[in-house]
Write a protein that binds this ligand. Structure first.
Ligand SMILES: Nc1ncnc2c1ncn2[C@@H]1O[C@H](COP(=O)(O)OP(=O)(O)O)[C@@H](O)[C@H]1O
Ligand SMILES: N[C@@H](CCOP(=O)(O)O)C(=O)O
Length: 325
């Protein structure tokens, strides 16, 4: 359970005086998640999620919270942040930390997705990308190439030789890709950047919401799609891609927004970039952990396996423009 900061009932009641969502009936720390402190906050009027941000600052947070509000207003199922009744602010302070209260989504995470779930994610991801086009705030993806370049040297000393070699060579490859004209041509906008199985809710086959936008940033849409393919459309034990699920996600995405030529060209390098990004962050969390009540760092070797699979088995069969085939 990732509760880095303990919130008392009194602190929750103080918050509910500013953000009037009813009288507190229960405050429960949430199991799962590794970045922030999360509580289910139940009142006599409904259920909410209270998040205290452990890494993100008061300056960075408006980008994420207003993006969620923007997407929710555009009809994308994203939990809307709730406002202070007096000031209208959606960014609050709890226990001295930046905090937000958002709607609790119905349903649960689909941890063993079938093609139908992957298609629903692909469809909604493309809609979300299009809905983000007129979002005015700017913030880069803080876990992109500059962060990999900074963090890889920090984690390299902990690795065995063959893993260290792979990490170094993949980083060099990604620097090369990022400098290419094709990369410069990729369409960009606000992306979720961490849309794993545990950050989407389903009620049966109905997608009820995307949440946990706190790695979002302006980056290439293709990177967002690659992150999803690497999590939703693989066999988790081996890291190998699952052709049927990948095709379902790509088809559904392209039915809303067909990939451009540069995106089809860079799909495989971007799948590798998506694997590298999470390998590096998991290594960082694993070897340089923060204090938490009961923190379970994710397994870094999973993304080492995914990366090896991506390097060895490019997705040539689904690089074609599926919607035009
Ligand atoms: N808006 C929400 N609606 C319902 N459940 C949520 C919501 N936000 C978070 N949760 C629950 O809290 C858990 C941890 O949240 P998450 O945002 O993934 O944490 P972290 O930011 O630490 O990774 C999720 O797996 C989910 O069960
Ligand atoms: N999804 C990332 C880590 C971020 O955790 P989340 O609970 O916010 O998704 C990973 O799997 O490494």
């Amino acid at each position: 359970m990732a509760v880095f900061t303990e919130v008392s009932d009194k602190e929750a009641r103080d918050l509910l005086r500013r953000v009037p969502l009813g009288n507190l009936t229960e405050l429960r720390g949430i199991q799962g998640g590794i970045e922030n402190t999360n509580y289910f906050l139940t009142t006599d009027q409904g259920e909410w999620v209270l998040t205290l941000f452990e890494r993100l600052t008061f300056e960075q947070l408006p980008f994420y919270l207003y993006l969620m509000k923007h997407l929710a207003l555009a009809g994308i199922p994203v939990p809307a942040p709730q406002a202070d009744a007096k000031s209208g602010d959606i960014l609050h302070k709890v226990c001295g930390k930046p905090a937000a209260v958002v709607q609790k989504l119905r349903g649960k995470s689909q941890l063993q997705p079938q093609a139908v779930h992957c298609a629903a994610v692909g469809d909604m991801l493309a809609r979300m990308h299009l809905a983000g086009r007129d979002y005015a705030r700017e913030q880069p993806n803080l876990r992109s190439l500059p962060w990999w370049n900074e963090t890889v040297p920090v984690v390299l000393p902990y690795l065995e030789q063959d893993a260290a070699d792979l990490l170094r060579s993949e980083l060099a490859f990604q620097n090369h890709v990022a400098a290419s004209p094709s990369h410069a041509a990729l369409p960009r906008g606000p992306i979720h950047a961490d849309l794993f199985r545990d950050n989407v809710m389903f009620d049966g086959e109905e997608l009820t919401g995307f949440f946990d936008f706190y790695f979002a940033g302006v980056d290439t849409w293709l990177f967002d799609l690659a992150v999803c393919l690497n999590d939703w459309c693989i066999d988790h034990a081996s890291g190998a891609h699952d052709a049927a699920r990948a095709q379902a996600m790509l088809d559904a995405y392209q039915a809303v927004r067909p990939l451009e030529a540069a995106e089809r060209e860079l799909l495989n390098p971007m799948l590798r970039a998506g694997a590298l990004r999470f390998w590096v962050s998991r290594l960082w969390d694993f070897y340089l952990p923060r204090e938490a009540a009961l923190l379970q760092p994710h397994d870094p070797t999973h993304f080492e396996r995914v990366l090896r699979q991506r390097v060895a088995h490019p997705l040539t069969a689904i690089e074609r423009p599926v919607a035009l085939a």
